[in-house]
Every structure is written in C-alpha cells, then in structure tokens.
Design a protein around this ligand. Structure first.
Ligand SMILES: C=C(O[C@@H]1C=C(C(=O)O)C=C[C@H]1O)C(=O)O
Length: 454
C-alpha cells in the first residue's frame, strides 16, 4: 500500500466534521467577501481551485493529505478517500455537486513517475454553481459547532503578488533537440511501431519573486474562460480538455486532438478553422483520441453518444478539433433497471478517470506501445503534467481534467516553474510545425506568469 497520510496521524483515520451552509450570492451584508468571484477569496499559500466561467470550487488549508505512487495510485487514492468518508460527520444544507466533503487530486501521467499523486482534503471550500453558493468547512477532531460564515474563514484578503521579471531556459530537451525527438516519433510511426504518439517538452521559468499561484490563476481564468482553471498542490493551469465529469449517473468527456495556431487576425482564423476541420492529418489524430475515450467508457455505460464530426474549439492561442463524448452509467448491480438516482455504487469519477487515462490525446495509439515510445524518446519525466487533475465528492461524482497548459511550481523554490506542452504526432507530422504548435501551447502559462498587468 503506497498511500501515506503526510501528517503523522497514527493508524486510526482521523474523524472529520464536514459542514456545508448556503451563502448569499451577493455576499453577506457589511462588506463580507463576495462568493461570486471565487478566486478572489483565496488566501496566499497553497490555493486549491477548479473553476470555469465563475462556477466551481476554491479551497484552502489541509485537513488531510494522501500521497500515492505507482500503478495503483488511483485505487489507493480512492481507498484513502473512502477511509476518510467512513469516519466523517457530515451536515450538508445545500446538496448540489461539490457540497459536503470534497477532495482535490492530481496524479502523474506515468505509472513510473516519481510524482505519483496527491489527494488533498481542504479545510475550507467555497463553491458556486449557477444560483447556488456555499461554504464548506472540514475540521479534524471537532464537534459539530455553529454554522460557519464566510467572514469566519476569509481573513484579510491580500492581492496576488506579481512575479516580476521572468527568465526562460530550456528544460530537459532543447527546442532543437525536441525537433529530433519528434522526427524519431515520426520514424517510429512509419516503421509501424505505433499509429500515433504524443510527445511533450518542458521549459523552465524563473520568476523574480516567489510565484503567488493566485496571480497565475486570475490571469488564466480571465483569458481562458472556456477552460477549467485549476490549482492542486503546486500544479497550476487552464486545461481545455475534460477527461471526465461524472454526475448522477451521467458522464461527459471533452476530447481534443488536432490543433492549429491562431494568427491574431479574426478573418484569417476563421479560414484556418475551416482548414483544420478538413485536415486529414488532424482528423486522423482526433479520431484516435475519440476512439480511446469511447472504448474506455463503454464497459461502464449502458449507452454512449460519440459525435460523428468534431467541432472547432476557439481558444485565444490555438484552435482545436473537439468532441464531447457522453454516456449513461450502467445501473449498479442489484438496483432497479435504469435506476440512476443514487450514484453510490457507480464507479467513482476517479475510477473512471483511471480507466480513461492515458487517452490517445496525451499518450497515443496503441496505448502501451505509445507510452513505451514516450519513455524511450521523450527524455523527461512529465510529472503530473498530462495526468488527471480535479476533485471528487462523497458520492464519488466529480470532475477530472487532463493537466495541460500548466506549470509545476518547484516545492523547494517557488521562483522555479516547469511549463509543459505536447503535440500529437502522426505519420504526416512535420517536426518544425510541431515545435511551433508546442510554443503556442506554452502561451497561456507564459502569459499567466507575465510580471506586470497588460
Ligand atoms: C498535449 C497537449 O495537448 C493535446 C494535444 C493536442 C494536439 O496535438 O492537437 C490537442 C489537445 C490536447 O489533447 C498539450 O497541450 O500539452
């Protein structure tokens, strides 16, 4: 068992008291913090976030933390979370997805990565979903006390600190060297080793001041509203790719693969979107990714819906071919036919994420051969980049993105941030074009680290 509570809590699981209360969307009278702007509630330190278009969860503090490693990291994390829940005292007055006990998680791309994975159970969570806003407090070793208020938990708020000047240097592989890596990938495809492989690179940023993750989060959420802006244990980003959302028996996955850079000229970009939608190279890359998700979901679902044709997702830096795959989870054994009201016995969202990971959008096809090729030629440990990142609740429902367009803050020196970008490679890929695409994919994080407002 590789699950370890990071705090020396002894053998017995710690009982948690979990309390969710509704918040007024306009904030309490008397200048209380406004939950409408979730990110502005975060204190400095180690913020937890999963937000999109103003909805989502922000959280801080650590009631519990579990670190996991290896191929069993997802099931170990799941077991640790179940252990926590078994000893939790819960009073949830709101009862929508994201209320009650929640945990955030982030997991390595590769089973063999030193990064393993982490599950953080925060002390304070503030959530918003449409008209509902709520506050959850999670307190170890406490009695159920009076209802908490936002004013109790949000201290004097400080503005995010700008990072100052940022210097960049090569990561594990230089830009030129990475073109060679891509050429090796193309050669392996032409030799029949794989059909598609996704190859990534890292770039090292050094900021003048320790990076305040909130600075990056605000900029990412403002610039990339179509993406899921996340922060879990020093991994910060805004991903356009949803690995899986599972809610009350319905599952959804947003699959991306096939990319073209934007030019900044709207007319030219419309023409490029049309080129992307007809590009056989990009459609092939996309089809591999969609099929990998559809096949991984099928064993869990009574029905799935896989669009025949992708749509073009317009982001400020790139255009992507995108498909939203949906499914209905099969009724758990023993329940009434078609019953999906209680999701307690459905596989949890984390179990689904584990079954889906790694999709062909971030690994390749066939999966194992592509993963082996990545290990052989990529020249770096991806860490938690391209792994599942997100949150789940007491019933297992939750949302997991693929940690793309992201940076990992060095836990020993928060002036150092490792940024990542990768590209799907097929037989027709051109190394120089893939390098340019990887640079476009680094733009969100580079901009998020820009030291001064623009
Ligand atoms: C691997 C990344 O992106 C993935 C690769 C894509 C592609 O090659 O077209 C598109 C979206 C993502 O699935 C990344 O952003 O780092």
């Amino acid at each position: 068992m590789s699950t370890q509570p990071a705090a020396p809590t002894g053998a017995a699981p710690q009982p948690l008291v979990v309390r969710t209360v509704a918040l007024d969307t306009l904030g309490a009278p008397g200048g209380d913090a406004d939950p409408a702007d979730l990110l502005s509630l975060l204190p400095a330190g180690a913020p937890l976030a999963w937000v999109r278009r103003g909805d989502g969860l922000v959280a801080w503090g650590e009631a519990l933390r579990f670190e996991v490693t290896g191929a069993t990291r997802f099931e170990d994390a799941e077991r640790a979370w179940q252990g926590v829940l078994a000893h939790a005292i819960v009073r949830d007055e709101v009862r929508v997805p994201g209320t009650g006990p929640v945990a955030f998680g982030s997991f390595a791309f590769d089973d063999d990565s030193l990064a393993g994975g982490v599950v953080v159970v925060p002390r304070v969570v503030v959530g918003r979903r449409g008209p509902h806003c709520w506050l959850t407090t999670i307190t170890p070793d406490a009695q159920l006390g009076p209802a908490p208020t936002l004013a109790d938990v949000v201290g004097a708020r400080t503005a995010p600190v700008p990072p100052g000047e940022v210097e960049y240097r090569d990561g594990a592989v230089s830009a030129d060297g990475w073109r060679d890596v891509v050429a090796q990938g193309v050669a392996a495809i032409r030799a029949g080793e794989v059909d598609k492989v996704v190859l990534a690179r890292d770039v090292l940023a050094r900021t003048q001041r320790p990076l305040d993750a909130r600075w990056a989060l605000h900029r990412l959420a403002a610039d990339y509203p179509q993406c899921w802006t996340f922060s879990v244990d020093g991994l910060v980003g805004a991903t356009p790719e949803l690995l899986v959302r599972s809610e009350k028996g319905l599952v959804q996955s947003r699959v991306l693969a096939g990319t073209i850079r934007r030019t900044g000229d709207d007319d030219a970009d419309v023409a490029r979107a049309a080129i992307l939608a007809r590009s056989s190279k990009d459609l092939e890359e996309h089809e591999y990714a969609v099929q990998s998700v559809a096949h991984a979901l099928e064993p869990f679902c009574s029905s799935t819906n896989v669009p025949d044709v992708p749509f073009v997702l317009h982001l400020p830096n790139v255009l992507h071919l995108a498909s939203d795959v949906t499914g209905v989870l099969a009724a758990p054994a023993g329940s009434a036919a078609g019953g999906s009201a209680g999701s307690a016995q459905h596989p949890s969202s984390l179990a689904l994420a584990a079954a889906l990971h790694p999709t062909a959008a971030v690994c390749g096809t066939p999966t194992v051969a592509a993963r082996d090729l990545i290990r052989r030629i990529e020249g770096m440990d991806r860490g938690r980049y391209a792994g599942p990142v997100g949150w789940f609740g007491a019933d297992g429902d939750g949302e997991w993105g693929i940690a793309l367009r992201s940076g990992a803050i060095d836990p020993d020196d928060s002036r150092r941030v490792r940024l990542f970008a990768g590209c799907g490679i097929v037989a027709a890929s051109d190394p120089a074009a893939e390098l340019a695409e990887s640079q476009a994919k680094l733009v969100p994080m580079r901009h998020a680290l820009a030291g001064t407002p623009d």
